[in-house]
Design a protein around this ligand. Structure first.
Ligand SMILES: [Zn+2]
Length: 208
């Protein structure tokens, strides 16, 4: 990849936008009112906006290794706070993807240095769902299921935050768990039943 090509690409993109709408960037500079917060993986193949077909200004995006929502991560917590309290998004999406290197690394016992504490969050998901996962004999199927369960657990982490709990009650903010299937290009809604997922734990995490 020739890095200088990026600037050439950018010039062409600016021109293309201006050809269609001369005041495009003028309008963009006025501010943003996205309705969705998307939390996805940093994987270069999972390009948030492109796979959702959305334009600049429509989705507030956070990407990190394996789309995690650790409650002690200041970056993640600030993004959620800003999106919910200031941008007033009505939807929060956690989007995982099959063949996620982060999830795969967490399934192995290798020492990966600074990545260990990050991946430990995924190992905790494995521990929580150990019986279901260990019952899956096919390794690829088990790996894919862990991707799905990790999305579900990160959605629950989103719901554990005070601002999301408040917005769910006050304006019906909705949390969604999705998986992107790199093999087919398809986006899959896991249709997580949060009422069921939360029924046993909300007595512990409720903050009102
Ligand atoms: Zn990934």
């Amino acid at each position: 990849m020739d890095i200088s090509k990026i600037f050439k690409n950018n010039e062409e993109w600016v021109q293309k936008k201006l050809n269609v709408q001369p005041d495009y960037f003028n309008n963009l500079s006025k501010g943003q009112t996205p309705d969705i917060l998307y939390i996805g993986c940093s994987d270069s193949r999972v390009t948030a906006e492109e796979l959702m077909g959305v334009a600049p200004g429509e989705v507030f995006v956070l990407r990190n290794i394996a789309n995690m929502v650790p409650n002690t991560d200041l970056g993640v917590m600030s993004v959620i706070n800003y999106a919910v309290m200031h941008l007033k998004v009505n939807h929060i999406v956690v989007c995982g993807h099959y063949y996620c290197g982060g999830v795969q690394a967490a399934m192995k016992s290798a020492d990966l240095g600074i990545l260990n504490p990050w991946l430990r969050n995924i190992r905790d998901v494995y521990r929580t769902h150990r019986d279901e996962l260990n019952a899956i004999t096919d390794e690829e199927a088990r790996y894919k299921r862990l991707v799905e369960l990790n999305v579900e657990e990160q959605c629950i982490n989103v719901i554990k935050t005070a601002e999301v709990q408040k917005a769910r009650t006050e304006r019906n903010l909705t949390v969604h768990g999705w998986v992107f299937d790199i093999h087919s290009g398809k986006l899959i809604d896991l249709e997580i039943d949060f009422i069921k997922a939360l029924e046993n734990i909300m007595e512990i995490y409720r903050l009102d």
